[in-house]
Ligand binder design. Structure first.
Ligand SMILES: O=C(CO)COP(=O)(O)O
Length: 254
């Protein structure tokens, strides 16, 4: 717990898994693990097609997120799943603005803003992803990029209690090269400064800002020691037993 903020660890399973591997992960890793849920919120994001299965077998203390939702509602939008559909399926969280959606599926800041607005409007909480790519970091515009991404979604959010911000530098995602604790802390502090100026003192103090990008059980301890890192959004390592050690690295902090 960092002042008013409860730790938050998300597992983004991305486009991974089969019915059988998902059952294994739930029954062998997630359900039996001794987790102190009073210290940490744990949320897993299976592929949409696996959500009903996971809901039917996962222990109730672990929450479920979708990995994306449409900007449109119910209607003639072939292949899309709207926030309202996830609400109907009792899904409490949706990850939006992930860099893989931005980079591979052309999601602009405006599209991400529209999806966040629709999702919050449907009564679902949002994990909003932001982060710079390697070129942007190397040219020293990281702060500008995250400020632009945050400013784009600002008007979509009326109550920051329903939002977790995930700082995920694109160069750290799936590369095995995590941001080091100082690099991550520096950006998290910038995000909190932005929150202070744009969302107010309470939102700045209470909004969880989590880090994602090659988080493993080998680096989570050091990262969570930073004052403005409130947890993690974990990709590859969330499919393995080490995910529990990442959760524990948060739960054992005071
Ligand atoms: O994109 C991520 C989580 O959303 C991070 O992925 P990795 O942990 O595999 O780098």
């Amino acid at each position: 717990m960092k002042s008013a903020r409860k730790f938050f660890v998300g597992g983004n399973w991305k486009s991974n898994g089969t019915i059988s591997s998902v059952k294994d992960l739930v029954f062998k890793v997630l359900n039996p693990a001794p987790i102190n849920f009073s210290k940490v919120d744990v949320v897993v994001a299976p592929m949409a097609i696996h959500i009903p299965l996971v809901q039917s077998i996962l222990r109730p203390e672990i929450q479920i997120a979708a990995q994306n939702a449409s900007i449109t509602g119910q209607g003639a939008y072939t292949g899309e799943i709207s926030p309202e559909h996830f609400k109907d399926q009792a899904v409490p969280w949706i990850i939006l603005g992930h860099s893989e959606r931005r980079n591979f599926y052309g999601e602009t800041d405006q599209i991400v803003a529209g999806k966040i607005k629709r999702t919050l409007g449907a009564g679902i909480q949002v994990i909003a992803c932001i982060g710079e790519n390697l070129k942007e970091r190397e040219s020293g515009v990281t702060t500008e990029v995250i400020t632009r991404q945050l400013s784009a979604i600002k008007n979509s959010i009326s109550d920051w209690r329903n939002v977790v911000i995930a700082y995920e530098p694109v160069w750290a995602i799936g590369t095995g090269v995590s941001a080091n604790p100082n690099q991550a802390q520096e950006v998290h502090a910038e995000i909190r400064k932005w929150l202070h100026a744009n969302a107010g003192d309470v939102a700045a103090k209470t909004t969880r800002v989590i880090y994602g990008g090659s988080v493993t059980d080998a680096n989570s301890n050091e990262l969570i020691g930073q004052p403005d890192i409130d947890g993690f959004l974990v990709g590859g390592a969330s499919l393995k037993p080490g995910f529990i050690s990442i959760v524990e690295s948060c739960a054992k902090r005071t």
